[in-house]
Write a protein that binds this ligand. Structure first.
Ligand code: NAD
Length: 498
């Protein structure tokens, strides 16, 4: 019997009202490991109703008691981190150490949310006008929907849910249908931590579930992470339905290597940033811009390191696992064909590479192109696989212009020994997250994560201070408590500060 993954509504597993479902695969074997229910509109209704019903009590639960739940959740997640990592590897395919890293980055957001008491403070101004005090407060928004992608099945839900919950909201999570089990494990841990039933719900499914959330009158906020076309659609649709929305999209992350860079460090970074998680990271390096005369030496060092990579089953101590589905593997392989046809120089061909894994797995080895031109589809499109392109630039200015002309602006990195050049780059580049000699500059939990341009729709980034801003509404109270003065002091003029 194949395992059946159901929704999680009202603090417990919940069967679907519909009979639609999808298959979940073990990407390292190609075998179906489970089926996942696809929610109908009525399933989404039940989940949102459960969240709505739980909301007032959770909102009115003291910050102290909410924080205690978060601390317990933090302890449980830390204790079960290896279990969560195993679940991720079994459905996503990334190697176990990488899955463990994902859980760790999610845990950091939980730890940040444990500071709810400090984060939710308002401001107070005594005597703003004579005898008049003003204070501001932060209140939860209501029901928050979280729609997450396949590539971080635990970390992306953990970017959002802990802060939404800390702020007093209730949550409906719609994880990717490709690797839905991590979300169910998180739901169990929330329940074990003592989170009241209905504050954290999970519905599985596809566009039907997403559309039902985006248009539901009882959903107040939507946090989305996924590809750019869907992010744009989610932003537009949910905004039209009166919700606040943050929709994080795709990426093409450039790593600029200046002539004075330490080329060994840069080559290590290009290989780690390009092929970690098989390139299925929104912060993966997909384009290396080598500022001449370093390109030949850099390409040689990168390809030498690629020859050392062990590709195989993520449970076998390999460096890189399979891609998430057969269809995605085939799509990425099509880009390799397109790069060859367009005239890029194929330095390392990952097609047909030997792997330490089942022949039925969704394999594609690390692939390197040199002399890539900006017009080629391997450069213009987000491939989201283990395909790294090297472009050659004659100057810093040419490299910068290339990065800034790209439609995406998620992450970028510069490799140099020149602090002045790095400082100039971080100032001039139109990208939301910048690394200086750091290839994958994912901000720590107390900063916020978000790209620019087609990498983010909305104005508020994920987690950190922006996360608190997104999940709260501010209210400003102006009050006067004056001693009783006999007679009337009626005045119809506009209130001014005196
Ligand atoms: P995706 O856009 O296919 O799916 C994301 C979510 O949207 C899933 O839950 C999916 O079920 C849902 N969805 C898919 N098609 C839909 C449709 N037509 N209508 C409504 N909902 C739909 O993305 P993915 O393939 O799961 O994830 C990879 C993408 O996510 C990449 O583009 C990657 O760059 C991006 N990503 C971005 C960030 C970031 O922070 N900017 C982080 C991780 C991933």
């Amino acid at each position: 019997m194949t395992r059946a993954i159901t929704h999680w509504i009202g603090g417990k597993p919940s069967d679907s009202d519909a009979d639609r479902s999808g298959s979940v695969y073990d990407p390292a074997t190609g075998q179906v490991s489970a089926t996942v229910a696809f929610a109908s509109e009525s399933d989404v209704d039940r989940a949102v109703a459960s969240a709505r019903e739980a909301f007032p009590r959770w909102r009115d639960t003291s910050i102290a008691n909410r924080t205690r739940v978060l601390f317990r959740f933090r302890e449980l997640l830390a204790a079960r981190a290896d279990d969560v990592a195993r679940v991720i590897t079994a459905e996503h395919g990334k190697v176990l150490s990488d899955a463990a890293g994902e859980v760790q980055r999610g845990l950091e957001v939980v730890e940040f949310a444990c500071g709810a008491g400090q984060l939710l403070k308002g401001g107070h101004s005594e005597n703003a006008s004579t005898g008049v005090d003003v204070h501001s407060l932060r209140q939860p928004v209501g029901v928050a929907a979280i729609i997450s992608p396949f590539n971080f099945p635990a970390m992306v839900p953990l970017w959002f849910a802990p802060l939404a919950i800390a702020a007093g909201n209730s949550v409906v999570l719609k994880p990717s249908e490709k690797d839905p089990s991590a979300a169910m494990l998180l739901a169990e841990l929330w329940a074990e931590a003592g989170l009241p039933d209905g504050v954290f719900n999970v519905v599985h499914g596809d566009k039907v579930a997403v559309d039902a959330l985006l248009t539901h009158s009882d959903v107040d906020a939507v946090s989305f992470v996924g590809s750019t076309p869907i992010a744009q659609y989610v932003y537009r649709t949910a905004s039209e339905h009166g919700k606040r929305v943050q929709a994080l999209g795709g990426a093409k992350n450039h790593m600029v290597v200046l002539p004075d860079a330490d080329l060994d460090l840069a080559a290590d970074a290009a290989v780690a940033g390009g092929f970690g998680s098989a390139g299925e990271r929104c912060m993966a390096i997909s384009a290396v811009v080598a500022v001449e005369p370093v390109a030949d030496a850099l390409v040689e060092k990168i390809s030498a390191r690629m020859a050392e990579l062990r590709v195989g089953d993520g449970r076998r101590n390999c460096d890189m696992g399979p891609l998430v589905t057969e269809a995605h593997r085939d799509k990425v392989a099509t880009y390799v064909d397109a790069g060859v046809a367009a005239g890029a120089s194929l330095v390392v061909d990952g097609r047909g590479q030997d792997v330490d894994g089942d022949p039925g797995g969704f394999w594609l080895g690390p692939t390197l192109f040199d002399s890539v031109e900006p017009s080629m589809s391997i450069y213009t499109d987000e491939i989201f696989g283990p395909v790294l392109s090297v472009l050659r630039a004659d100057s810093y200015e040419e490299a910068l212009a290339l990065v800034n002309a790209n439609q995406y602006g998620n992450g970028t990195a510069i490799f140099t020994r020149d602090g002045g050049a790095a400082r100039r780059y971080q100032h001039e580049v139109e990208v939301g997250m910048v690394g200086v000699n750091v290839p994958v500059p994912v901000p720590v939990a107390y900063y916020s994560f978000g790209g620019w341009k087609s990498s983010l729709f909305g104005d508020v980034h994920a987690y950190g201070p922006d996360g608190i801003q997104f999940y709260t509404r501010t209210k400003v109270v102006t009050s006067r408590w004056h001693e009783h003065v006999p007679g009337s002091a009626l005045d119809l003029s506009f209130p001014s500060t005196t």
